[in-house]
Design a protein around this ligand. Structure first.
Ligand SMILES: [Zn+2]
Length: 116
């Protein structure tokens, strides 16, 4: 009897093990009655992301906040920032900043790019 068991091809054993695992995960999903939290789709968090990306959003009080579009800045300071940093570079930086879509990441970005 033992010899017969050993002669079974290894691949069968593996597929059996996988089947059992798959069945267990299905049971796990059905067990809970409550819905899973989908934090990503919360109204509050959608608004938060839109705001961080400078897109238009509706505030908590129902006010429509318009999105901001990029405009190149010339600060006219003695360091000649506008000459050193081209409009394209400014636009690229702004794009990079917006794409972080998270206030704390954006703050970290600013802190890492500036010297005080
Ligand atoms: Zn400047």
């Amino acid at each position: 009897m033992c010899d017969a068991d050993r002669s079974l091809p290894l691949s069968d054993d593996i597929s059996l093990a996988l089947d059992v695992e798959a069945e267990e995960t299905v049971i796990e999903q059905c067990r809970g009655r409550k819905r899973t939290r989908n934090v990503h789709n919360w109204k509050k968090n959608i608004r938060k992301r839109k705001r961080a990306r400078s897109e238009k959003y509706t505030s908590t009080t129902g006010k429509a906040i318009p999105g901001k579009s990029f405009t190149a800045v010339d600060c006219h300071c003695p360091l000649k920032c506008a000459e050193k940093i081209s409009d394209e570079r400014q636009s690229a930086m702004r794009h990079q900043f917006s794409n972080l879509s998270d206030w704390s990441l954006q703050t970290t970005f600013i802190c890492s790019q500036t010297k005080v």
